[in-house]
Design a protein around this ligand. Sequence first.
Ligand code: UD1
Length: 353
Amino acid sequence: MHVVSVVGARPQFVKLAAMATAFERAGTTHTIVHTGQHYDPNMSEVFFADLAIPTADVNLGVGSASHAAQTAAMLTGLEEHFSALCPDWVLTYGDTNSTIAAALAAVKLHLPTAHLEAGLRSFNRRMPEEHNRVLTDHASDLLLAPSRVAMDNLAREGLSGRAVHVGDVMVDIALLVQRGLTEHPVELPADMEGEFIVATIHRAESTDDPDRLAKVVRALAAMPVPVFLPAHPRLRGCADRQGLDLHIGALRVIDPMPYRAMVAAVTRARAVVTDSGGLQKEAFVLGTPCTTVRTETEWTETVDLGWNQLVAFDDLDTLAEVALRPTPSSTTDMPYGRGDAADQSVAVLARAT
Ligand code: UD1
C-alpha cells in the first residue's frame, strides 16, 4: 500500500507524527507532501524535529495568501504530484485549507481519498474550518472518525457507509509524549512555576475583529496568576496592526512552543484558556481544566465530562472565575480512544485498499 499524506499547518504535523510511525510499523510506503501553508521554522520545522517526523518528500511552499489564492496554489501543485505518485490513498488531516485542497485535487484525479478526523462539526458556518471539514468529508471515500459524536454527525449527513470509528490520533501522540517526559524532560521558561495559565488565541474569529481581540487580551491580562501566551504569527500580526500591546498585566508573551514543551507546560499548568480545537482536547487528555473562548466546540465530550467550559466573547468578564474553577474529579472515560488510533487507521486503510 502506498499512502500520500498531505499536511500544511501546525496541528497536522502532530497528527502526522502518529501516522508516520504507524505506517512505518506496518511497512507501508508513505510519501509526505507539505503544502507550505505554515512556513515559519517554529510553526513547521520545529515540529518535524521535535516529533522525529521524516522530512517531507515534497514541499509546495505556497505560504500565506487569501483563502482562494492559497487553496488554488495548493490545488495546482498537488494535482501535479498526485498524478506522478499515483498512490493507493491520499490521506488528508483535520480542517485546514491544505485539507480541502488535497481532497479536491485527489477526487478530481479519481484517487481514493481518506479523511482523518472526519465528522467534527461546530455548526458555525462562519468558520473557514467548518467549510473545510464538511466539504472534505463529502468528497472523501473513507472517513476516519475520532469519536462517537463524529460518527453521529456523519450519519446525519448520510455518510455512515464510508465512516469508521478509529479514535483520535492526537491522543496517541499526547499520551506518548507525556509519558516520555519523565525520561526526557524538556526545558520550560524559568518563570513557568507555581500557579500559571497557558493560553493560545489564534483563530480568525478571535483575532481579526479589533474589539474582540482587545477584550480577550484585557481579560487575559487581568488574571490573578501569570498567563503564558505562546503567540501564533496571526495573533502578533493582528495585535501589531491594531496597535494592541500584548505585554500587559499577567500576560507573558512567548514564541510558539515546540510540541513536547507545550505538553509539559499544559501538564503542569493550573488551567488552559484557548480558542484552539486541538488544545481543548489535549488539555483534557493531559488532565488540565480548559476554558474555551468560543460559543461552540467540536469536542463536546470535553464539556460534557466537565473538563472544558465555554466563555463567549460577551461574557469575558467571567473569564478569571471560570478558568480558575476547581479542577474536576478525574474521569476514566476516554471518548477519543486509548492511544491506538493511528494503528487502527492504518489497518482500516489497508483493508479498504
Ligand atoms: C490555520 C488553519 C486553522 C488551524 C491553524 C493552526 C485554515 C483556514 N486555518 O490557521 O484551522 O487551527 O492553521 O495554526 O487553514 N503566518 C506566518 N507564518 C506561518 C504561518 C502563518 O506568519 O508559518 C501568518 C500569516 O500572516 C498568515 C496568518 O499567519 O496570513 C494566518 O495563517 P494561515 O495559514 O492562513 O491560517 P492560520 O491562522 O494559521
